[in-house]
Design a protein around this ligand. Structure first.
Ligand code: NAI
Length: 213
């Protein structure tokens, strides 16, 4: 299946959901599904689904629908889930420890190889079997191991300096939980900002609508 650089981010952002959904179908032993069934289950229109998959050259066959296992595999390939990008996590506080412990990085194309914190007292603590290292060791570690991705779980104060340091050390992508704007200064670096509070505020809107309608 061809990978097309001009695919819009809105399509890319739907792929993880397709991937997760098809994985669940695969685990239930479902072997094929029509775009209509897929659309009913996912709350999207069948034409939206066909359009999305056509961006990559289409996966379906007229009258057959989609082969679940193949579609799951192809979408995983498009997302690059086999890359195993070397990843480090900065900030081993409550959020950083929760993410390190509960995210299955490997299943999503990332390989967590290092955890750093500026707090000396944390040095040597084990999180997910990885020792927390002090940030003074970041330069040497990156020069030796060449991580491609960093997960930022630090407050916004000081985050900009950390980003500068990591970009200088060759980091190409950030999973950014800190409230620090990376994209403005580094437009060529991949950034995925995560704001759990946005999701909570969206829920607020929805609950408000349910109650007041
Ligand atoms: P925390 O206080 O438990 O942990 C922060 C850790 O980062 C501490 O261990 C601290 O020593 C370390 N740290 C601070 N600056 C650092 C630096 N420059 N380099 C290396 N380590 C550094 O805080 P928590 O709860 O883990 O939250 C961390 C940040 O994530 C907070 O600023 C919070 O606002 C943000 N956050 C963002 C969320 C989101 O959805 N984007 C959700 C929850 C928290």
């Amino acid at each position: 299946m061809a990978k097309n650089d001009s695919i819009s981010m809105s399509v890319i952002k739907r792929l993880p959901r397709y991937y997760r959904f098809l994985g669940e179908l695969k685990n239930k032993g479902v072997t094929r599904i029509s775009s209509r069934e897929l659309s009913n289950k996912m709350g999207l229109t069948a034409s939206q689904i066909r359009q999305d998959f056509n961006c990559f050259g289409g996966f379906g066959q007229q009258g057959y629908g989609y082969n679940v296992e193949q579609l799951h595999y192809e979408i995983g390939k498009i997302l690059g889930l086999g890359n195993g990008f070397k990843t480090i996590l900065i900030g081993a506080g409550n959020l950083g420890r929760a993410i390190a412990t509960h995210m299955s990085f490997e299943a999503r194309g990332f390989n967590l190889i290092g955890i750093f914190d500026k707090n000396e007292a944390m040095a040597g603590n084990m999180v997910r079997g990885i020792p927390v290292r002090q940030t003074q060791m970041l330069d040497d570690f990156c020069r030796e191991h060449h991580p491609t991705v960093a997960v930022l779980c630090i407050p916004s104060e000081g985050a900009a300096a950390t980003v500068d340091q990591l970009v200088e050390l060759g980091v190409k992508g950030f999973w950014n939980f800190s409230h620090c704007d990376i994209a403005a200064k580094y437009p060529d670096v991949a950034v995925e900002n995560v704001h759990l509070s946005d999701s909570l505020m969206t829920l607020s809107y929805q609950v408000d609508s349910v109650i007041n309608n």
